[in-house]
Design a protein around this ligand. Structure first.
Ligand SMILES: Nc1ncnc2c1ncn2[C@@H]1O[C@H](COP(=O)(O)OP(=O)(O)OP(=O)(O)O)[C@@H](O)[C@H]1O
Length: 786
């Protein structure tokens, strides 16, 4: 591009006549810029020109009246304020500005990662994010400021991953990799990214952006941490790829002087472009010897006059306009000094190898003309679609590799569920044993714990015969008197005290003989008196049950040995064989179905809840999105990976529960497996919701952990929901684990088939929850992407 000093008078005249309508409009980029220069130099008042759709589409990037703020509408942080930018095709555009002035924000809007609050952006003839625009997608190569690489990948795997996402063939990727390794002086392709130095990692990140040879290369500080020689060779490469005219580069850098090699420089401050010129033009216009001085001059000027020299393209004519104070409100309080630029670094002298770049000439060439003015640009480009299979392959392989390379994750996936099952089966549901009972037996003299009795039809020492039945779970300790026995219970040395009075055997025989004619005293003295510590419900109820059942067994045994019908000793209720379960039901069998589902559900939640967050925080999600990966594809790849993991987890959990620890399964194992897998998927989808909703990993962990207990308590896993207040019962039914637990319990303990409502409702509710979670996740991801 011609610099102002080089502008021939004829050309200026031509431009002047264009503004007054004497000639047809010249080419958009060159003439807009030249018009601006002429306005500066010759103070010619330009009339407003409308920037046509045609003109906007001719540029590689065209930004008009861009406004962008972060934060709420009430307290917005304005980052872009009426910014206009024009990047011609086939040029290198250096975007310079102090730290925090909005460069990254502008770039993320250009690549379609963020949306403007108002204004418009045209990239390669289309609007980013619209169907068919190819942006985000493979038309753009984006190197974000952060490293944004998978640390556990080798350089080769990194290239394969992004190459497949861009739809490249493996062979093509390998060839490109060889070139990039050599060009960027990278170490062996088998080195892990996390083991590379910071500078090497940045170069790998740069290589990823170059990988697919995109039409538009957007580089956010690519030369940070790169030595001067390599930095120069990067610039030389950029100049080379743009020289053909069909590749464009936008680059931000804090090394201001290196930007001399750009064809055009945009000086940005406080969300606007102060100038947009070729380096040579800037130096001449502001009479400076370095770009750094130009920037300082412009910034000081802006601060001193409290006016912004703004690139105003409203209506299409570029010009440096003075804004009124009112318009300048966002800047009024801002310090006039330049903030944060690394000026000390930019002093470095660079060897300009390429003449074309140093003299400021633009090698830009106008490519195909877009004549249709379709806003959504659906049919504007006939791009070959990016192979979805390649993307899915890349995403799935990435998920597996990340898991495989992380020992902690592998242990979490396969060892933790087994440990949980083993601990559950060993620690929960077994009857307590070795419970001490303090016994005072005034009926029989007990010496050294020996309480003698005759097991034939004898009516002697019946207290000892009864105590013999009370063998299970208990340890009997004999005390001399009732006071010391009760003290033992009070002090926690025994769980209960049993007292037999001195006439116990005689009174019991009399009671049996006299039946309904027995007097109260006989009845009273024939009773065993029991004091239990009921502070522990499980132990108290079990001892209560054992003491009663032992009496029944003792009475039946006595009657039988004396040739009476033993049934006379039983209560007149006959409990037949249970229809489901057994006469002595196990708590383990009751809890096991819920525990199986809880383990699989929450392991999946834990595994996925931070998956997207970690990628998002490391900038990886952004990079994948800019490369054209959709939220749906990301979710799908996680679903596939998780499903494989869940198959392994389900197999381990069921094998240990059913085969090793003997939890009863009276139903069809296929339905047991299916329901467990579905619950795993449901947990995974819940994890996605958390992952999509939370910005920070710690919030995700808090939410996942926070949801664990309420779900466990309310889902009828450890206590029947019939015991809850009725409102809670309804809440419980609305949770993802409740109906599934009931369903699995019905299959395992009752052996019910899928046609039973109790069973199929578990499947139906799980499927509904999966769909709901997926919809919510996709909605959040899409919302956040916008
Ligand atoms: N996600 C975000 N939420 C809120 N504010 C943000 C966000 N991203 C950036 N900002 C703010 O927007 C302003 C511009 O940030 P941006 O990253 O675009 O600057 P930059 O010019 O690229 O800076 P640097 O050169 O240091 O990278 C800063 O004040 C920053 O704090």
């Amino acid at each position: 591009m011609a610099t102002p000093t080089e502008l021939p008078s004829e050309r200026v005249k031509q431009m002047f006549s264009w503004t007054t309508g004497e000639t047809s409009p010249p080419s958009p980029m060159g003439d807009e810029k030249e018009s601006k220069m002429s306005q500066i130099q010759f103070s010619v008042p330009f009339e407003k020109q409308e920037s046509t759709m045609w003109q906007k589409r001719q540029q590689a990037v065209c930004v008009r009246h861009a406004f962008k703020h972060y934060g709420s509408k009430k307290r917005p942080n304005h980052v872009l304020s009426n910014l206009n930018m024009t990047v011609a095709k086939g040029t290198i555009y250096g975007l310079l500005g102090a730290s925090g002035c909005g460069k990254t924000t502008l770039l993320s809007c250009i690549v379609g990662r963020r949306k403007l609050n108002s204004g418009e952006i045209w990239v390669l003839g289309g609007k980013p994010g619209t169907k068919g625009s190819g942006v985000p997608g493979k038309r753009v190569g984006y190197m974000p400021q952060e490293i944004a690489l998978y640390g556990e990948f080798t350089i080769k795997e990194t290239m394969m991953y992004f190459g497949w996402i861009f739809g490249m063939e493996t062979r093509e990727i390998a060839e490109r990799l060889r070139f990039l390794l050599d060009f960027l002086d990278l170490p062996s392709e088998n080195r892990m990214v996390k083991n590379l130095s910071g500078g090497q990692q940045r170069r790998v990140s740069f290589a990823v952006a170059l990988m697919h040879d995109p039409e538009l290369l957007i580089l956010d500080e690519p030369t940070v941490g790169v030595d001067p020689l390599l930095r120069q060779s990067i610039w030389t490469h950029l100049v080379r790829i743009t020289s053909s005219g069909d590749k464009t580069v936008i680059i931000t850098t804090h090394y201001i002087e290196e930007a001399r090699q750009a064809h055009c420089i945009g000086l940005m401050r406080s969300g606007r472009l102060l100038a947009e010129e070729s380096p040579q033009a800037l130096l001449t216009m502001y009479n400076c010897i370095s770009l750094e001085d130009v920037f300082l001059k412009l910034s000081r000027k802006q601060g001193q006059s409290n006016q912004v020299v703004e690139l105003n393209v409203s209506g299409g004519a570029l010009g440096l306009n003075k804004l009124s104070k009112r318009e300048e409100a966002p800047y009024a309080a801002e310090d006039a000094q330049v903030k944060g630029l690394n000026f000390h670094q930019s002093k470095e002298v660079l060897i300009i190898e390429n003449g074309a770049s140093s003299n400021g000439d633009l090698p830009g060439k106008m490519t195909e003309v877009m004549t249709t003015e379709c806003e959504e640009c659906t049919d504007c480009f006939n791009l070959s679609n990016i192979t979805s299979r390649g993307k899915i392959k890349a995403l799935i392989q990435k998920n597996f590799l990340r898991m495989w390379r992380n020992i902690g994750v592998m242990l979490f996936i396969f060892v933790l569920p087994v440990m949980q099952v083993i601990l559950f089966c060993l620690a929960i549901g077994r009857d307590p044993s070795g419970l001490k009972l303090a016994i005072v037996n005034d009926d029989v003299k007990v010496i050294n714990g020996d309480c003698p009795f005759n097991s034939s039809c004898s009516m002697k020492n019946l207290s000892c015969r009864y105590l013999h039945q009370l063998e299970e779970h208990t340890i009997k300790e004999y005390y001399a008197d009732l006071t010391s026995a009760l003290n033992a219970v009070k002090e926690g040395e025994a769980w209960g005290a049993l007292y037999f009075n001195e006439n116990y055997t005689d009174s019991l025989v009399a009671r049996l003989a006299l039946a309904d004619t027995a007097d109260n005293e006989t009845i009273q003295t024939s009773e065993v008196q029991v004091w239990l510590d009921m502070s522990n419900q499980q132990i108290g109820l079990m001892l209560n049950r054992d003491i009663q059942f032992s009496y029944r067994d003792f009475a039946k045994d006595l009657l039988e040995t004396c040739d009476y019908n033993p049934k006379l000793g039983d209560i007149p209720i006959d409990f037949m064989d249970p229809i489901y379960g057994n006469k002595n039901p196990s708590f383990t069998d009751f809890v096991a179905p819920g525990v199986i589902l809880t383990i699989v559900f929450f392991l999946a939640v834990a595994l996925t809840s931070s998956a997207l967050i970690v990628e998002r925080m490391e900038g990886l999600l952004d990079r994948s999105w800019v490369a054209g990966v959709s939220p749906g594809e990301i979710l799908f790849s996680h679903v596939v990976t998780q499903f494989v993991v869940m198959c392994g987890q389900t197999a381990l959990v069921l094998i240990f529960m059913i085969s090793v620890f003997g939890v009863k399964n009276n139903g069809n194992i296929v339905f047991v497996i299916m329901l467990t897998l579905l619950q795993g998927l449901c947990g995974m989808c819940f994890g996605f919701v958390i992952s999509a909703a939370c910005e920070l990993e710690r919030n995700a962990i808090q939410l996942a952990l926070g949801s664990f207990y309420p779900t466990l308590l309310l889902s009828g896993v450890i206590w029947p929901i019939e015991g809850m207040p009725w409102i809670l019962r309804y809440v419980s039914l609305c949770l993802p684990l409740t109906l599934a637990t009931t369903s699995l319990r019905s299959i395992l303990t009752r052996g019910w088939p899928l046609t039973d409502p109790d069973v199929y409702m578990g499947f139906v509710s799980t499927l509904i929850w999966i769909a709901l979670f997926l919809v919510v996740t996709l909605t959040i991801l899409k919302f956040k992407r916008n």
